[in-house]
Ligand binder design. Structure first.
Ligand code: ZN
Length: 244
């Protein structure tokens, strides 16, 4: 009888600990989030089981290069809103600079999406991902998924956002409406991707550099220094790398 009670007690304690971990993982920006969440999010399988798909949860995919020595960037775009060649070249070079993947960065311009709607809600973005996304992080390669669409339904001033731990959407029509200068539009599409990628690495908004909040909002004046990570954010990225 005593042994039976002991076993029940241990099971209850185990359930209690698991419930605590589960609840603690759902709340962001607390002690547990800052210090322990990354232990659970290093495996895409565990992320799936625990339903952890928030910004920063795939940082080890991108910053660890033992398990994931290659970075694949899959891009699906709305017809007529494809990213420019210079942006693709910039992405390849600069994400390699950040992630330092020994097997390099590959860009796959994949599907062209034919949809006539003017704007997209987050749930519609997720539906498009389900339909068109072909690659997910697995052993050997981390995947960054980029959707290029027109405008955000919920926040029409937004030029980009993250919608999962490995997914970014760029609102290219909103970017085009910002300025008549083609080169400025192009730089904006590139900086928007670096900004959102910074969130995927777990970075919050900063006062300076590409992580400034204004970078993802239309009609704000962006200067040369806003197109790349500030020294402070680069140091944060280096610090994150040392975890993996
Ligand atoms: Zn942001």
């Amino acid at each position: 009888m005593k042994i039976f009670r002991g076993v029940i007690g241990i099971i209850c304690l185990f359930i209690l600990i698991l419930s605590f971990i589960f609840i603690a993982l759902k709340i962001r920006n607390n002690f547990f989030d800052h210090n322990y969440r990354h232990f659970f999010t290093q495996s895409p399988f565990v992320r799936k089981i625990l339903n952890l798909h928030d910004y920063g949860d795939a940082q080890s995919d991108y910053l660890g290069n033992k398990k994931f020595p290659k970075l694949l960037i899959e891009i699906d775009s709305l017809n007529g809103y494809e990213l420019s060649k210079e942006t693709l070249e910039g992405l390849k070079e600069r994400l390699q600079e950040i992630c330092q993947k020994p097997s390099g960065v590959e860009i796959k311009e994949d599907d062209t999406i034919y949809e006539s709607q003017e704007n997209f809600s987050v749930s519609e973005v997720r539906d498009l991902e389900k339909t068109f996304r072909d690659y997910y992080t697995e052993s050997g390669q981390a995947v960054l998924y980029i959707l290029v669409l027109t405008t955000s339904k919920e926040k029409p001033t937004s030029v980009g956002t993250t919608f999962s731990e490995t997914g970014i959407v760029v609102f290219k029509k909103t970017i085009e409406d910002t300025s008549n200068l083609i080169e400025y539009q192009r730089e904006m599409e590139e900086s928007t991707i670096y900004h959102e990628f910074g969130h995927l690495l777990g970075l919050e908004h900063s006062k300076q550099g590409v992580m400034a909040e204004k970078v993802e909002v239309v009609n704000s004046k962006i200067s040369e220094s806003d197109f790349w990570f500030s020294e402070e954010d680069l140091a944060k990225i280096d610090n994150l790398k040392s975890k993996y």
